[in-house]
Design a protein. Structure first.
Length: 273
């Protein structure tokens, strides 16, 4: 009898542990398809999105959390986030488990930091944005709110590190490839309603910016909020953006003045037209 009771006890523990893991998976379900009842469309009610390159939390994770909490967004798009900080960030911001992938395009396959989407709404079909012939430059997933589904994407494109002509040319071409693959991957999905944010490492001019705004609208430019989003001292520029497809309207948004990182947080309100 003692042996039988022991076997029953261990069977109970296995069932309990399996049930917990199943609930955890259902809570996140990043690879699962969205509910069949959901239809493509921009959110019927306003949603708030923030994007922030947090510089690896070098100036303090608590300062970063304070800035994001002030905005109280539905979706947070983070760049240069260390993998080890994800749990602390999701707990502090009370989001669902993050969708994350290392920034392979910037730091190689062994990168310990990357891009993450923290969301108050469940994300489906989530993962790295396809980038044929290159490493991951961003993540995306399908959000469902009130029966409408749309794609949320977070990117961190290849950076320009110095003013050498050869490097300027190479880094610009790398961004062109990443942007082209982003557009193609979106079109392969059927060109659904999409909201893209992040650190594009691209000023608002030239062929790359033309590609960014060929299919999508530059939200903050449309609102007249063209403030610099990156840099300190003499080096200041605008390289962080929100881009949205034609199904969206964005009545408000802006750039937050903060020195918790070398980038400023940006935010927008968006909903269906």
């Amino acid at each position: 009898m003692p042996q039988t009771r022991s076997l029953l006890f261990f069977a109970f523990l296995l069932l309990l542990g399996g049930g917990f893991l199943a609930l955890l998976y259902l809570n996140r379900g990043p690879m699962r398809p969205p509910p069949t009842s959901a239809v493509w469309g921009a959110a019927a009610r306003p949603v708030k999105v923030a994007s922030y390159n947090i510089l690896h939390n070098q100036r303090g994770i608590d300062r970063v959390i304070v800035e994001i909490r002030k905005l109280d967004p539905d979706f947070v798009l983070l760049q240069e986030v260390e993998r080890r900080d994800l749990s602390a960030l999701t707990e502090a911001l009370q989001s669902l488990p993050a969708i994350y992938h290392a920034s392979e395009n910037l730091a190689g396959g062994g990168a310990t930091w990357g891009n993450a989407i923290l969301s108050k709404h469940r994300l489906y079909e989530a993962g790295s944005i396809p980038n044929a012939g290159g490493g991951s430059f961003g993540v995306w997933g399908t959000a469902v709110i009130d029966g409408r589904k749309f794609v949320v994407a977070n990117v961190h494109l290849s950076a320009t590190w110095n003013a050498k002509p050869s490097h300027l040319k190479e880094s610009g071409e790398n961004r062109w490839k990443e942007l082209s693959n982003l557009v193609k991957a979106w079109q392969d999905k059927g060109s659904p309603p999409i909201l893209v944010g992040g650190d594009f490492n691209q000023i608002a001019m030239g062929n790359n910016y033309a590609l960014m705004t060929r299919e999508w609208s530059d939200v903050l430019a449309g609102l007249g909020k063209n403030e610099n989003t990156f840099g300190e001292g003499l080096i200041r520029t605008r390289i962080d953006y929100f881009l949205v497809s034609k199904e969206w309207t964005a009545p408000d948004g802006g750039v937050v003045q903060s020195d918790a990182s070398d980038h400023r947080p940006i935010w927008m309100m968006g909903q269906g037209k």
